[in-house]
Design a protein around this ligand. Structure first.
Ligand code: CAA
Length: 240
């Protein structure tokens, strides 16, 4: 029986590429999404990948969603915490709502998804958790005090949990994508985006598939000795 992988925010952007790459690698993939029913239905029609709707910012919804997937599809072996949002604003204009929404989704979201699954993975003595952080969690970004704080928090979470999961056969790793050609990056004002591309030594935005391939590797048996690590995939824009 093939392993089951759950990708949050898995029907659009980088998440959709991750879902498809894991499917191509032989996993039974299910995707979570929060809002866009139309995109999710289209994604399912194209790929055959089932989608489940809830917000990762809601702990009880995460818990219920995981129970439902395990009952309908089987035990979840691979969790990809990909769901994320931006609410960019310079700090002097940032509202508490913008701060809270980003922290609740991008940081607490990975707690909400991982926590209900953790005991099950420990019991089964196997798990792969891949957290999608960001270059902006590593270097900080003007206009993203909320996002940078959450994404840096995701890296701390990854390193702490890796130590706890190691003896139970669970690896916990992070990927820090740079600027990837998705709707999220295309929403950045064009002038700002062009300036950012100018700072990328490879001279282009990344492709979602370039991140998806990292996830497939970290999810595999071949990556069993890699835990607590961060793969930086940003075209040379920032070195850690
Ligand atoms: N460094 C220094 N100063 C900057 C700056 C920067 N990076 N960006 C803007 N400024 C300055 C501007 O030059 C301007 O200065 P003046 O008033 O002296 O002209 C001032 O800040 C205000 O700029 P704006 O008029 O653009 O202000 P705004 O409120 O309209 O927008 C912003 C500010 C929301 C931060 C906008 O600049 C923006 O969207 N920036 C991009 C932020 C970004 O990179 N987000 C990443 C999204 S993609 C993602 O998050 C995925 C991932 O993981 C990589």
């Amino acid at each position: 029986m093939s392993r089951v992988a759950l990708v949050t925010g898995g029907s659009r952007g980088i998440g959709a590429a991750i879902s498809k790459a894991l499917q191509a690698a032989g996993y039974t993939v299910v995707a979570n999404y929060a809002g866009n029913d139309e995109a999710a239905a289209k994604f399912t029609a194209e790929t055959g990948i089932k989608t489940y709707k809830w917000s990762v910012a809601d702990y009880d919804a995460c818990s219920a969603g995981i129970e439902k997937i395990e009952a309908e599809v089987g035990p979840i072996d691979v969790l990809v915490n990909n769901a994320g949002i931006t609410r960019d604003a310079p700090f002097h204009k940032m509202t508490r709502e913008q701060w809270n929404e980003v922290i609740d989704t991008n940081l607490s979201g990975i707690f909400n998804m991982t926590h209900p699954l953790w005991a099950k993975m420990r019991e089964r003595k196997f798990g792969r958790i891949v957290n999608i952080s960001s270059i902006n969690g590593q270097k900080g970004q003007f206009g993203q005090a909320n996002y940078s704080a959450a994404k840096a928090g995701d890296l701390g979470f990854t390193k702490a949990l890796a130590q706890e999961g190691a003896r139970a056969g669970i690896t916990v790793n992070a990927i820090c994508p740079g600027y990837i050609a998705t709707e999220m990056v295309m929403a950045v004002p064009e002038k700002v985006r062009e300036a950012i591309i100018g700072q990328i030594p490879v001279g282009r935005l990344g492709e979602p598939e370039e991140i998806a391939r990292c996830v497939v590797f970290l999810s595999s048996d071949d990556a069993g000795f890699i835990t607590g690590s961060t793969i930086t995939a940003n075209g040379g824009q920032y070195f850690v």
